[in-house]
Design a binder for this molecule. Structure first.
Ligand SMILES: *Cc1c(COP(=O)(O)O)cnc(C)c1O
Length: 377
């Protein structure tokens, strides 16, 4: 039996809720389960407003629309990031400016942020890598000094905290992902968290194809029509039903992931030290979201050797993020900008271990034993 890198699973009453929404006869967006998901997120996090969306990518696109970005505006994004973190803003004509990352947490390096700001800079997009908070006090202070918006890419960080505050509530906007590879999922889905009243009305309009449909349904206007730019970012209630089945189990899901993470960390510590492999660094002021367990091998060659070693034992380990400034499309924005040596080095060395909600202790034992059999010598 192979051990996959990721695998989705039922966590609670997902199927029962899908049956309910179908029995209700209302499976479009903004029905009962979408509202339940949104209330749960608002209450759990203390976010001003949560809107479930078709993806995190779309939540980021909504953020770019809400900020009224214009061609030529600049948005600072971490270089070690998912494509959407930059692409959502590039769609509006903005130019992404790639910021290098910290070698310890692999998060946007706040000490390099201010040097990248120009008169065209409009926003910064911290990504809480692996669900470990960026240095938000510094980032928010710099953003405030220069009048920049802060949009958190919180795809990894739901239910993590920075200095006791929930990730996703620290910028004026935050994007969540419920993609299959995330802690809590409905296959494909996301949410936009709005932490500033200023954005709420327009966000509802942008999400509903540029119409004031949301106000119409609340009886605030007597017909709905085209009032602004927008697109179709509303999640179907069938998916929201699945999502609610997972979301209401969040403390149990997170506790299970914490256990997996801590077991990897404890049982790999000596092996890692002996083989010059680095394990994740979690600053004391961060409560991480238990999103992933990664290793940093000493060299790219050793990473490939470890991937082959695990594959030969039926274990799939993967790596990610080609630095954005080196990607085929990202290169066009990188000219003249300083390169990002930390991002490049980490990208060459990082390996993610199998990590999913339904992972059996016996499967994790197999992964750990396979690692113990690997040596860099
Ligand atoms: C998964 C992910 C996204 C995109 O999420 P989708 O819901 O698939 O659009 C964006 N940013 C980061 C950091 C991610 O990990």
């Amino acid at each position: 039996m192979n051990i996959p890198f990721n695998r989705s699973s039922l966590q609670g009453r997902e199927l029962e809720y899908i049956q309910q929404t179908i029995a209700n006869g209302q499976i479009a967006g903004d029905q009962a389960f979408s509202k339940k998901c949104q209330s749960l997120l608002e209450n759990a996090l203390g976010a001003q407003r949560a809107l479930v969306t078709t993806s995190c990518t779309h939540a980021l696109e909504m953020a770019a629309l809400l900020l009224d970005l214009q061609p030529g505006d600049e948005v600072i994004v971490p270089d070690f990031a998912f494509v959407s973190t930059a692409n959502a803003f590039v769609l509006r004509g903005a130019r992404p400016v790639f910021c290098d990352i910290r070698p310890d947490t692999l998060n946007l390096d706040e000490t390099r942020l201010e040097a990248l700001i120009t008169p065209r800079t409009r926003a910064v997009v911290p990504l809480h890598y692996a669900g470990v908070g960026c240095e938000m006090d510094e980032i928010n202070a710099i953003a405030a000094r220069h009048g920049l918006a802060v949009v958190e890419d919180n795809a990894h960080g739901l239910f993590g905290k920075y200095k006791g505050r929930w990730l996703g509530t620290l910028g004026s906007l935050a994007a969540q992902s419920f993609h299959e590879t995330k802690n809590i999922t409905c296959g494909e889905g996301g949410a936009l968290l709005l932490n500033d009243d200023l954005f709420v009305n327009r966000a509802e309009i942008i999400r509903e194809k540029g119409t004031d449909r949301a106000r119409f349904f609340r009886g605030q206007v007597d017909k709905y029509s085209w009032v602004d730019l927008g697109s179709s970012y509303v999640m179907s209630d069938v998916l929201a039903a699945f999502l609610y089945g997972q979301l209401e189990m969040w403390p149990i899901i997170q506790a299970g992931r914490q256990q997996l993470w801590q077991r990897y960390d404890a049982e790999l510590r000596d092996w890692a030290r002996a083989n010059e492999v680095r394990t994740p660094h979690i600053p004391a002021h961060c409560d991480q979201a238990w999103h992933m367990y990664y290793l940093l091998l000493p060299t790219p060659r050793q990473r490939q050797a470890l991937i082959d070693h695990l594959n030969a034992r039926g274990i799939l380990a993967v790596f990610h993020y080609l630095p954005l400034h080196l990607s085929e499309y990202g290169r066009r924005f990188a000219s003249g900008a300083p390169d990002c040596p930390v991002s490049t080095a980490m990208s060459d060395r990082l390996l993610r271990l199998p990590f999913y909600n339904s992972m059996l202790p016996s499967d994790q034992t197999r992964v750990i034993e396979a690692l113990h059999e690997f040596s860099n010598a």
